[in-house]
Design a protein around this ligand. Structure first.
Ligand SMILES: Cc1cc2nc3c(=O)[nH]c(=O)nc-3n(C[C@H](O)[C@H](O)[C@H](O)COP(=O)(O)O)c2cc1C
Length: 500
């Protein structure tokens, strides 16, 4: 009898573990669980169609893209410039107030969110590039809506994606299975515009514009100054906000590369063209899996109002143009990157070294807070947006002891490594960040489900001099009205601390 009970208990444990594992995977990889059958054209059919299309005298190209935080938009803009293709942005009608939860629910539920706009003349296009960020190892649901809204048979469909590390293959089921007879061709994950010329010429899809592109980087000591990278040259991502009391300036871009521990840090400075030789500088630190483009919208606002901004990729950032692997990255390697940037920026010819501000979002927030605490005399202002002060708790939640941490593991959607956990295991950010003696601006969304607002409540108590605003209804990342509110707080604060 005892033996029988033991068997039953064993089976129950196995079933429970299987259900937990399946549930976890459905959450992490929702796209895997659709029923699939490949309806796309065979390779030889695709090649035949490609040859036919490319032999025509006038090939019409459309570059359709979805972008949440601007990275894919930058790539799409560059593709459209290089191919002479028209652009179309896929915009979901409802947007996202909590992108992580809502996007996961949409993908898991195989939903088709309504879009704001349609391509009226789709029948005229021969080639359609479709770009998107990888979300939960899949295409964002608005891309599925787009694909299913048109008859795309007879066109070359070229998917491209950006991501924090995931490959494009994970997203292909959308193209192969959800529509009949698509000619899916030449898909590629793009981590920077420098890859585009090679990829487009492999595809055979180059416009005349491609020949006129600027030369590649030329090294000049630690700081590289070069022609403006074309994805940012073309168009900003944000409407420039007007403040009655602040003049608006044109600004230029400059690529600046630095080195930390033998590895490259890549970044772009937005430099306002003011009458002053030296201007204040905001060093903009991105969040986990982000890039130098993540905070571009803030940089555009700052530069347009006379404050230079430096947006860069942390080393090991994922889809990064800086060196390093995500498994080597930690909050502390990012602090060290910031320290290198703070040191170098003081010597940049356009920077007023007495007016250097750190602006960090999410994980970039905790790193900026730590770097400011360690260099309080050099940092004149500190702006923290939904700072990820929860990293210490998160690593303890994921692991019971340091010994059990593997060399590589999944953390949110990035592949992290042991340093990520080791560096935060015994570290309490709240014990250090208060060493920053300047005034702090702290912003957090009331509906942030990634970093609960309580983490900022606690930070606000630690800081001696802080302006703390909770933006009603905003999630992890400020968009639309929340973005505008945040920008207004930033400019009021920068005036108050006499940066402008
Ligand atoms: C909700 C969400 C889910 C994501 N899931 C993944 C993922 O599964 N794999 C990955 O490598 N990156 C993932 N990322 C990171 C984005 O793919 C990456 O930052 C991308 O370049 C952002 O492009 P965008 O700026 O055009 O929105 C995710 C980002 C978000 C917001």
């Amino acid at each position: 009898m005892k033996r029988k009970k033991g068997w039953i208990a064993g089976i129950v444990v196995i079933v429970v573990i299987t259900l937990i594992f399946a549930g976890y995977n459905i959450y992490r990889h929702p796209a895997m669980f659709r029923s699939l059958s490949d309806n796309s054209l065979s390779d030889s059919q695709v090649e035949e169609l490609r040859d036919e299309i490319l032999s025509q005298p006038d090939v019409k190209v459309l570059v359709a893209y979805f972008s949440y935080s601007g990275t894919t938009r930058g790539i799409a803009n560059a593709i459209s410039e290089k191919t002479g293709g028209d652009r179309f942005e896929i915009i979901p009608q409802d947007g996202y107030s909590n992108v992580y939860l809502e996007s996961n629910r949409e993908i898991r539920g195989n939903e088709r969110p309504a879009l704001t706009d349609t391509v009226e003349n789709m029948e005229e296009y021969d080639i359609v590039f479709i770009g998107y960020p990888v979300w939960w190892h899949a295409t964002p649901a608005p891309v599925n809506t787009f694909l299913e809204s048109y008859d795309l048979v007879g066109k070359l469909i070229i998917p491209f994606c950006t991501s924090g590390g995931s490959g494009i293959d994970e997203t292909l089921p959308t193209f192969l299975y959800s529509c009949d007879g698509l000619a899916v061709y030449g898909e590629r994950r793009i981590s920077g515009v420098s890859q585009l010329d090679g990829w487009l010429s492999e595809l055979g899809v180059t416009g005349t514009e491609a020949e006129d592109q600027p030369e590649q980087t030329e090294q000049e000591g630690a700081v590289t100054q070069q022609t403006v990278p074309e994805e940012i040259q073309m168009e900003g991502t944000a409407e420039i906000m007007e403040f009655e009391n602040l003049p608006v300036y044109a600004y230029r871009h400059q690529e600046i590369e630095l080195e930390n521990q033998g590895q490259k840090i890549y970044g772009i400075a937005y430099i306002p063209e003011t009458e002053n030789e030296r201007v204040p500088l905001a060093i903009c630190a991105h969040g986990l899996g982000g890039s130098y483009q993540s905070n571009a919208a803030y940089a555009e606002q700052l530069a347009s109002h006379g404050i230079a901004a430096y947006c860069f990729d942390f080393r090991g950032g994922g889809g990064s143009r800086s060196d390093g692997d995500t498994t080597e990255m930690s909050v502390m390697t990012e602090v060290s990157d910031l320290e290198v940037i703070i040191e170098a920026a003081a010597g940049w010819e356009f920077v007023d070294e007495n007016k250097v501000v750190l602006l960090g979002t999410s994980q970039g927030g905790i790193t900026s807070a730590i770097a400011a605490a360690r260099h309080t005399d050099r940092i004149s202002g500190l702006v923290l947006m939904y700072p990820a002060f929860l990293v210490g708790d998160a690593v303890h939640e994921q692991f019971d002891s340091l010994e059990e941490v593997p060399d590589r593991f999944q953390f949110i959607w990035i592949t992290a490594g042991r340093p990520y956990v080791e560096d935060m295991w015994d570290y309490n950010a709240y014990e250090e960040i208060g060493n920053y003696t300047g005034k702090v601006l702290l912003l957090h969304g009331s509906a942030d489900s990634i970093v609960p607002v309580s983490y900022s409540d606690r930070a606000a108590e630690v800081y001696g001099d802080v302006e703390y605003y909770v933006i009603d209804g905003a999630g992890h990342g400020f968009h639309g009205g929340a973005f505008e509110e945040a920008v207004r707080y930033v400019f009021a604060y920068l005036q108050e601390i006499q940066i402008i």
